[in-house]
Design a binder for this molecule. Structure first.
Ligand SMILES: C[S@@+](CC[C@H](N)C(=O)[O-])C[C@H]1O[C@@H](n2cnc3c(N)ncnc32)[C@H](O)[C@@H]1O
Length: 281
């Protein structure tokens, strides 16, 4: 728990059990290269006994405004910020974020899993807003190219492969990553990364954000850490990291996962420096 102003070296590698609104004023100035925020969405949800209740859109915007304002001093001038949301709160997040940052893009993640509805479309996508503090920022496009199987390998007039390469029996192409992500599943119970956290993000999704928007040794910070996905992916990818989470049990899940990440650096769906299309590996 932070109870006095902290130095960035004191934070590195740590999980803090605290409410972000109580901790933010103790965080140092300009230490964050990349902030990944996955706050409670605007719906009733119980996090280990603590409920987040649905509020009006204006109230959710005000809540978003409050946490962004409380953390702005921690960002470096060239920092990037990703904020997770879904359709019911995406508008509020966009409005609040645009008052503080330049919005560069909105990633839509097809989460797949979702509760079916009798009188509506099943809700199975999420948004991730990509924002930057200024006009200079890190974006390593080569690190997040996607490896796709080529179904009909095309050759040019000389018979050479056109934009693909052969690996064993298969032909693959490295493609630029778009802002629609179909290639990532939620951490199903059968996956090693799965925990009891009700809204755990996949490591592959967070790894993509980290690889694109930071360099090795940069500092990644997550104010709504949950089960620790951001810290775990950051550790596996050689970044500095810290996270804050208000539920003690989730802090323990995060610490356990960080301990395991010391033994295995693998991230499902990311191999040999490439993000593989689903079912390609
Ligand atoms: C959507 S979940 C994040 C899940 C996380 N990305 C993961 O992969 O496990 C939001 C988390 O924020 C925590 N939380 C909610 N309000 C908070 C606050 N004011 N300060 C710190 N943590 C908070 C909740 O307990 C919950 O674990």
């Amino acid at each position: 728990m932070l109870s006095r102003p902290a130095d960035k070296d004191d934070l590195n590698g740590k999980t803090f059990h605290q409410n972000i609104f109580d901790a933010s004023s103790f965080l140092p100035e300009a230490f964050v290269d990349l902030l990944i925020a996955d706050p409670p969405y605007n719906m009733r949800k119980c996090y280990n006994g603590t409920s987040f209740s649905r509020r009006t859109e204006d109230e959710y915007e005000e809540y978003t405004e409050r946490w962004i304002s409380s953390l702005k001093h921690t960002l470096k001038p060239n920092a990037s910020v990703y904020i997770c949301s879904e359709w019911q709160c995406s508008g509020a997040v966009q409005r609040a974020a645009s008052r503080h940052f330049s919005i560069q893009n909105r990633i839509t993640w097809q989460r797949e899993k979702g509760r079916g509805a009798k009188k509506n479309w099943k809700n199975s996508s999420e948004d991730v807003w990509f924002c930057t503090v200024g006009s200079k920022y890190t974006f390593n496009v080569e690190s997040v190219k996607q490896k796709k199987k080529v179904i009909a390998p095309y050759r040019d007039n000389l018979g050479e492969p056109k934009d693909w390469q052969r690996e064993g029996e298969n032909a693959f192409r490295l493609t630029h990553p778009s802002n629609i992500w179909f290639d990532i599943t939620v951490p199903f119970w059968s996956m090693a990364e799965n925990t009891e956290h009700p809204t755990q993000k996949p490591e592959k999704l967070i790894a993509k954000l980290i690889l694109a928007s930071s360099n090795e040794g940069d500092f990644i910070f997550d104010p709504f850490l949950g089960s620790g996905t951001t810290s775990v992916a950051a550790k596996k990818l050689g970044r500095k990291f810290a996270g804050i989470e208000q539920e003690e049990y989730y802090c323990c899940l995060a610490e356990k996962r960080l301990e395991n990440a010391g033994e295995s650096q693998s991230i499902q769906g990311y191999k040999d420096g490439c993000f593989w299309d689903r079912n390609c590996l």
